[in-house]
Ligand binder design. Structure first.
Ligand code: PEP
Ligand code: MG
Length: 558
């Protein structure tokens, strides 16, 4: 009987391949140690830093786009002359090259950590350069993603954005992480790549390099050295899923014909091709802040308008929902100084930030209006992080004289969900951001993997807020969609439809499975599944009961 590991499936599908492990932790170089030639140690430091910088640039060139800018900025940090000088001085004082680098980075780390949130966020980049340089000097494996030269199943403790920026999509068959949760970077990435993924998988990092594993991203299972019977069963399921997906094309509909809009989440024009290829009916969440990140100044109105227009033009006759700038907390902007906040996630972020800087919002709304005029798409605009009916009313008033079809709000703060009727009375529509809604409902930071269980979108408490918001929408005759990660889980999507949401917006590769599963269930089926989930005492039970009541999943490998 092959060994099995159990985790949480966050991206459905089945894959088989050899394990490639992300390099483990680089050891802290010990204090003391024999140094025969301090000058040689100092020279080794300069060479190691240069090699690390050159490697980062090389990876940047290979990745292109936004990843290239991030990696080039990191290479510049590695070439900082002050940093090299500090390390060389320590080496000439008798430290080993590795120890000198370690200590010199420690000094810089403190400086950055104390220099406000934006700089503090760069500490992780600095640590990465330190680890790469120390690994080179100690001759131990580099941290980060391996490249064994053939397709592989990537196994890691957890994946950082910098690890994943350079992942070659034609090489990665599946992702497994020992930590992480359903809204983790790994989960979001796996869904956007369309590869199976299992997170919170105890024992994963103990898998041997090169061992063959079967990854079932629906059931959250990893089978080590699968026997022929397991492989045959997996192949049958993959073929059944493929055939089932091919049978459902066009608009999202339940088996009894109820239309549910299936839309894509995009970050800019670069994501549009995948959304169109997946058959998305439009865009349910355009994360416009991606146009603003890593900029010294806000992009000019004309530049913004061109980006919006490129997305609108890809969906003639469809709708595109632009979310206005969601800055602050985990999305710091260089030109938006929000001061020192002890709890940025609870601070001046989202709509609150642009109310303090109204020119940022009005510039963005002008750009959207320019692009919307004469656009073939129906343009909707919504605000992030709305807490009260007054905020909803203020935001929608900004759009009153602009040529957009609907003005709405995101519901991602529990207070707004609890007051959904009052909030929706001020807006034309609402879109539930279940990622932040879970974070604020459970007081569980979405960036902390150890709190993954609390952030599960299967939490019945979260589903109750979804139900309350959908009910308010129904009462007022206004659309209520979901655009958080929850919408891209095909089984949870059934539950959300059963709770009354009118559209689902997700990473493009999820659209096919959601459309297919929806097409195999009636509205009444969805309502029954929603009742099962709402009545469960916790997320794991809700998920298990709903999956248990959806027998087709096993057959399809979902
Ligand atoms: C959300 O919070 O669920 C959401 C969709 O917005 P973001 O993930 O961009 O915060
Ligand atoms: Mg959000």
């Amino acid at each position: 009987m092959p060994a099995e590991l159990q985790g949480v499936g966050v991206s459905a599908g089945v894959a088989v391949g050899p394990v490639a492990l992300v390099g483990g932790e680089v050891p802290v170089p010990p204090e003391g140690g024999e140094v025969a030639d301090p000058a040689a140690e100092a020279r080794a430091i300069v060479q190691a830093l240069e090699a690390v910088a050159a490697d980062l640039e090389e990876r940047g060139r290979a990745a292109g786009g936004e990843a290239q800018a991030v990696l080039e900025a990191q290479a510049m940090m590695a070439r900082d002359p002050g940093l090299a000088e500090q390390a060389e001085r320590l080496a000439r004082g008798g430290r080993t090259a590795a120890r000198a680098v370690y200590e010199a980075f420690g000094v810089y780390r403190k400086l950055l950590g104390g220099a406000g949130d934006y700089m503090a966020a760069r500490v992780a980049d600095l640590d990465d350069i330190r680890d790469r340089t120390v690994a080179r000097l100690l001759g131990v494996p580099m941290p980060g993603v391996p490249d064994p030269g053939h397709p592989f199943v990537l196994v890691a403790r957890d994946l950082a954005p910098a690890d994943t920026a350079t992942l070659r999509r034609d090489r990665v068959l599946a992702l497994i992480t020992e930590e992480g949760g359903p809204t983790s970077h790994t989960a979001i990435l796996a869904k956007s790549m369309g590869v199976p993924a299992v997170v919170a998988c105890a024992g994963a990092t103990g898998l041997a390099e090169g061992v063959r594993v079967l990854v079932d991203g629906g059931a959250g299972q990893v089978v080590v050295e699968p026997d022929q019977a397991r492989l045959d069963a997996a192949e049958t399921r993959a073929a059944a899923r493929q055939a089932a997906r091919a049978a459902f094309v066009g608009l999202g509909r339940t088996s009894d014909g109820h239309h549910v809009g299936l839309l894509a989440n995009v970050g800019g024009p670069g994501d549009v091709e995948a959304a169109v290829a997946a058959g998305a009916e439009g865009v349910g969440l355009f994360r416009s802040e991606f146009l603003f990140l890593d900029r010294a100044d806000p992009p000019p109105v004309a530049e913004q308008a061109a980006a919006y227009r490129a997305v609108f033009e890809a969906f003639p006759g469809g709708k595109v929902v632009v979310r206005t700038l969601d800055a602050g907390a985990d999305k710091p902007l260089a030109f938006l100084d929000l001061g020192d906040e002890p709890n940025p996630a609870l601070g001046v972020r989202g709509l609150r930030a642009v109310r303090r800087r109204p020119e940022l919002l009005s510039g963005q709304l002008d750009a959207i209006a320019q692009a919307a005029a004469g656009s073939p798409a129906e343009v909707w605009v919504m605000a992030p992080m709305v807490a009260t009916a007054e905020e909803a009313s203020w935001f929608c008033a900004q759009l009153r004289d602009r040529p957009v079809a609907k003005a709405g709000v995101m519901i991602e703060i529990p207070a707004a969900a609890l007051m959904a009727e009052a909030v929706l009375a001020e807006a034309d529509f609402a879109s539930l951001g279940t990622n932040d809604l879970a974070q604020y409902l459970f007081a569980a930071d979405r960036l902390v993997g150890a709190l993954a269980a609390l952030q599960s979108p299967w939490q019945p408490a979260l589903l109750k807020l979804v139900a309350a918001t959908a009910e308010a929408g129904l009462a007022l005759g206004k659309p209520v969609g979901v655009c958080g990660e929850a919408a891209g889980d095909p089984v949870l999507a059934l539950v959300l439809v059963g709770l009354g949401v009118t559209s689902l917006s997700m990473a493009p590769p999820s659209v096919g499975d959601v459309r297919m599963l929806l097409g195999r269930h009636s509205v009444d089926d969805c309502r029954r599944l929603a009742e099962l989930a709402l009545a469960a005492p916790d997320a794991a039970t809700a998920r298990a009961r709903v999956r248990g009541a959806t027998p087709v999943l096993g057959e399809l490998g979902l």
